[in-house]
Ligand binder design. Sequence first.
Ligand code: SAM
Length: 371
Amino acid sequence: MESLEKNLKKIIECLRTHNYTKSQILPTEKNYWKLPLEPLNLLNLLFWKKNALFEWTAFPAFYQKLFKIFYPQVFSLFEIFFLNSKVKREEVSRFFSEEDINSFIKNNILKESNGNYKFNIKLIPYREMIFNKGASWFGKDSVTFAECITKDLNGKTVGKTLDLCTGTGIQAIISKKYSKRVTASDIREQSIQNAILNSNINNLTNITFLTSDLLKNISGKYDLITANPPYGIVSKNPDDKTYGLHTVFELIENLDNYLNNGGMAKIITESVVKNGKDMILEKIKQVFSNKDYTIVLTPLDYHINKPLFKLVHKEYGISHIPLYIITFRKYGKNMIVLLKLPLVKKIICFAYIALMYFKFFLGMKGHYEIQ
Ligand SMILES: C[S@@+](CC[C@H](N)C(=O)[O-])C[C@H]1O[C@@H](n2cnc3c(N)ncnc32)[C@H](O)[C@@H]1O
């Protein structure tokens, strides 16, 4: 672990010297169905320059070629450390000494096969930071949630923050910029070790990391609680009436015991809509109807479960899946507000859902089984 951290720090230093974080404007997730939204990717590349690594695009190669013209060195590093492409040793030698390369090989983070070299660490640029993915999750939701937290905390100072289901530690590490004390936990020890590594390589330390099955090992009360818990339809068991939302439900049920008066909690989660009822909204109403909380559910999109279409939408009868950021404020009068998705976005989402239903009923099969 120590030599991994040493090697990682060396790599991160090289990435910083070569402005690796510039590469975060490249969309990488290939999806032809999102073609109508392509102008947004182009506008981002040219003007907004936000993190687009997990955005869908019909033409990832086009953006990469364009980027390579202007930033050839950054793109080489992006190929090596984000796309994890196979490269020749000379390519790695452009950035690292022979001694470093041998140390990477000894440390098993660089593998050689038939004269080709491939790093097996994925380094994800986000804003001015770089995260080692390790075996943790890092996706579009991680970025969306991190952006939301940054926007909310900008200019504020929070006392005690708790980040649950921390994964790579992204939300905890961002919150450290604005909080006096941060505690972060995850059920997986491996994720915790990686989150510690990430806090060190991004110089945002003094975070208390611990393993915990949700709130089991957590004590005390906090001013801010953030969580990107696991969600999604993960069970084929017909008795599982939570449709993979059990961790989110457990969190909603226990949140009040861990939040200081005047405090705020933010959760990003999917819900499911079955027979016109939104299961997360119903759960919140059930738990908070007689508590002095102001709760706002902000929908980010509506989608369907494409890989498990038959199971989720046909067998379980779920019409669609909203993605929310939910803000719980422990003050004020009792209020639960479900915001509306902006009309244009709603039309786009439901057009896409209708297209997927149409595609399914035409018999254009995808993978229907849980993998
Ligand atoms: C969707 S990932 C979010 C990771 C990170 N916060 C992010 O936004 O990228 C969910 C995380 O929850 C963790 N997890 C799953 N079940 C958990 C549980 N019962 N208690 C705590 N953490 C859990 C997983 O190990 C994973 O790191």
